[in-house]
Design a protein around this ligand. Structure first.
Ligand SMILES: C[S@@+](CC[C@H](N)C(=O)[O-])C[C@H]1O[C@@H](n2cnc3c(N)ncnc32)[C@H](O)[C@@H]1O
Length: 294
């Protein structure tokens, strides 16, 4: 089955990075193969390398990319290792790359992955089944202070202390094992604003389980070092923590005279796209061109 999926800012990304149909391209977060299909469809003698940590996502990507046989390779791996993966696979120098950070609709909508508080499932939240850390381990084993810290730091959760305290109280009676159990605990004590009270805590847990923030800098640096002069990378972010890391790193490349922003420093999706696909509403796109050989 092909999962229905709308790649975010696909038109803008394609216009900005697809410039040589004979070049090497990287999709560092191939997911369901949405952006990757657009890249593969543009290629003539060029090749695309699609990377994802999630082996199940790669099965979907393979199906989505099936019309472009011979033009792509899919690899299960973490984009923090982009540089060595590109070198090992002879993908140098790189003409273009896309990073579409975060979680896919397939992962969010699959209750067994445990990303969503709207569906009941195990508190898992791992992109990769090889990751030894699950959200249940954090919730049931980590000290209160550490749980409070990730809720504050990664979720900017105003009720972090109260939630962490209650988790530790309730887990003494019975381990907290499902998304609904955790969501209902948070709903009883968390802040009720415009969004569901569990939104921030679930995001914080997801970031902690997958070490999401610590992968960004090595991934982007590694990819940038493999770009050829004039090569471009497009990065989509969905929340302020990841966006800050990306913005500062790209700004460093500019200050060092190695890169320049293409177009605006950041581009937002059009109103039509947001209406058509609400997931696009928090997206920010940054595109950088490498301006020197090294
Ligand atoms: C937003 S989705 C990408 C969707 C894709 N652009 C498309 O059009 O179908 C993000 C994907 O990145 C993957 N991912 C997240 N962090 C990763 C990492 N450090 N290394 C490799 N893949 C990662 C997730 O497993 C997920 O499949």
């Amino acid at each position: 089955m092909l999962y229905s999926h709308k790649p975010i800012m696909e038109r803008e990304i394609s216009q900005l990075i697809l410039r040589d149909p004979d070049g090497f391209y990287l999709d560092a977060t191939v997911g369901l193969g949405g952006h990757a299909s657009k890249i593969a469809g543009f290629l003539k003698d060029g090749k695309l390398l699609g990377l994802d940590q999630d082996s199940q996502a790669l099965l979907y990507a393979e199906k989505a990319l099936s019309p472009f046989k011979g033009k792509f390779y899919l690899i299960e791996g973490n984009f923090k290792d982009t540089e060595s993966i590109l070198k090992e696979n002879g993908f140098l120098p790189l003409t273009g790359a896309v990073f579409d950070l975060g979680v896919s609709s397939l992962q969010l909508d699959n209750p067994s992955k445990g990303f969503s508080f709207r569906e009941d499932g195990p508190l898992d939240m791992r992109f990769s089944q090889k990751n030894p850390l699950t959200a249940a381990m954090i919730i049931n084993r980590w000290p209160e202070g550490q749980i409070c810290q990730i809720l504050k730091e990664y979720g900017e959760e105003p009720s972090a202390r109260k939630i962490a305290k209650q988790i530790v109280v309730e887990r003494k009676t019975k381990p907290i094992e499902t998304t609904k159990e955790l969501a209902s605990l948070i709903s009883r004590i968390g802040f009720h604003g415009k969004i569901h009270p569990a939104t921030r805590a679930f995001m914080a847990l997801r970031i902690a389980v997958n070490g999401e923030l610590s992968n960004i800098e090595p991934g982007i640096r590694g990819c940038f070092s493999c770009l050829k002069k004039g090569g471009r990378m497009a990065i989509l972010t969905f929340h302020s923590l990841e966006d800050r890391i990306v913005k500062n790193l790209l700004q460093t490349f500019v200050s060092e005279g190695k890169g320049q922003f293409v177009g605006e420093k950041q581009t937002r999706p059009s109103q039509e796209e947001i209406q058509d696909n609400p997931r696009a509403r928090s997206a920010k796109l940054r595109v950088m061109e490498k301006t020197n050989e090294k």
